[in-house]
Design a protein around this ligand. Structure first.
Ligand SMILES: [Zn+2]
Ligand SMILES: [Zn+2]
Length: 185
């Protein structure tokens, strides 16, 4: 394995590994090492930077932007931090507006000027988003539903028929239409 990785120019998993064309990240120590970018079908690249170092470098590229975002959105630093934590998309949108493009894409372009391809970056992101939505739809479709209105806002409940012999009747209740039923669909 180590030898194979070295032959592909990857010999240090603590270094940031990515596809310099689309920005797809290698998952390094978190699992199987990706040798090839699954989107571009080209080899991943081991950068000279450590993972942390790379993150710091990116943060530096955002210097001053957070102040401008707070200013233009009229929010306090605390509100700003809260929104970051919640991954509120409005922050990213405002940063993109101020920087004149996706900040991470601009950073990658600066780091890998000969290789980075904005179209590849955007189509990868679109694909990831689509896959996420597809997964979400699958999860939704597998949820038990109220047989009357189709709502997933249902809860299991039971009523006591005879507590002496521990006889209960199980049923579901739908909080959307208040239907009570035996079996979800
Ligand atoms: Zn790629
Ligand atoms: Zn219902």
């Amino acid at each position: 394995m180590q030898k194979y990785l070295q032959e592909n120019g990857i010999d240090d998993l603590k270094k940031k590994i990515l596809c310099t064309r689309c920005g797809q990240e290698g998952n390094g120590l978190m699992g199987a090492v990706k040798i090839k970018c699954e989107y571009c079908n080209i080899p991943m690249v081991q950068t000279g930077y450590g993972i942390r170092e790379f993150a710091i470098l990116y943060n530096e590229s955002l210097e001053g932007v957070s102040l401008k975002v707070m200013d233009s959105m009229g929010i306090s630093e605390r509100e700003y931090q809260d929104m970051i934590r919640r991954r509120d998309p409005r922050i990213q949108d405002e940063m993109a507006r101020i920087k004149g493009g996706n900040p991470y894409a601009l950073f990658l372009k600066e780091q890998f000027p000969g290789n980075f391809n904005l179209t590849a970056f955007e189509s990868r992101n679109a694909q990831i988003k689509q896959e996420k939505e597809q997964k979400q739809r699958e999860i939704e479709s597998q949820k038990p539903r109220c047989p009357r209105c189709g709502s997933t806002d249902i809860k299991r409940n039971h009523r006591v028929i005879n507590s002496d012999i521990g006889l209960y009747e199980k049923y579901y209740i739908c909080y959307n239409c208040m239907n009570k039923f035996k079996r979800p669909r």
